[in-house]
Ligand binder design. Structure first.
Ligand SMILES: Cc1cc2nc3c(=O)[nH]c(=O)nc-3n(C[C@H](O)[C@H](O)[C@H](O)COP(=O)(O)O)c2cc1C
Length: 195
């Protein structure tokens, strides 16, 4: 099995979402599994400089910046395509995803690779038979409340890519009671694999 772990906290040290995702990975991985790791805080680009409405630019007119963007986009798409299990850790930033995670989704959404248009114009996800685990943390925002635009959005994006099995582990409202919130998330991780 290939497990793809994506961290997005802007904090490398002392990040709870990263630590919980690591715990989850240790729980999921079996001998022989391959781990693909991506830290969105290390390398990210925004989709920019497009010349038409879709996410494409004719190779002949691509600038160096365009080339870099497509190179990273291709890498992210391939990482997703070759994975069986995807773990994404994400803190809520200003009620939504970290900007790096939004940028990741913009680069990962590619026609003919992660989704396609059907004859009736509707979209269909192309990443089948994969499962995802989301590790969401927050300071004060309650998970899935009307202020949480991260969790429903991220679930929707993964569904859009065709990934329908999405489990959520959360340490929300950590500012209210850090220990309780983290313990709760650790219990959620334990319970996922209890049989
Ligand atoms: C730029 C920024 C914006 C934040 N916005 C929110 C927010 O809207 N709601 C919330 O509950 N917490 C917010 N927080 C707190 C983080 O969600 C919380 O500290 C985070 O989940 C910690 O994750 P980490 O330990 O993995 O970095 C924000 C933190 C930062 C740095």
């Amino acid at each position: 099995m290939k497990i793809y772990q994506i961290d997005s906290s802007a904090r490398k040290e002392g990040s709870t979402s990263r630590a919980l995702a690591k715990k989850l990975l240790d729980k999921i991985k079996k001998p022989g599994d391959e781990i693909i790791y991506r830290d969105l805080d290390d390398e990210m680009l925004f989709v920019s400089g497009l010349t038409e409405s879709g996410m494409k630019i004719d190779k002949k007119v691509q600038t160096e910046a365009h080339k870099k963007m497509f190179e990273l986009s291709d890498k992210l798409v391939n990482e997703l395509k070759e994975s069986d299990i995807i773990i994404i850790s994400a803190p809520i930033y200003n009620y939504g995803p970290p900007a790096t995670l939004k940028a990741w989704s913009d680069l990962a959404a590619r026609v003919g690779e992660t989704f396609k248009f059907k004859a009736d114009g509707r979209r269909e996800g192309l990443l089948k038979n994969k499962e995802a685990y989301l590790v969401i943390t927050s300071g004060g925002t309650k998970l899935n409340s009307s202020e949480d635009f991260l969790t429903p959005w991220l679930k929707f994006i993964l569904n859009f890519f065709g990934i329908e099995k999405v489990e959520i582990i959360s340490a929300d409202q950590m500012a209210l009671n850090y220990e309780k919130s983290v313990k709760n998330a650790e219990n959620q991780i334990e319970n996922l694999f209890k049989d």
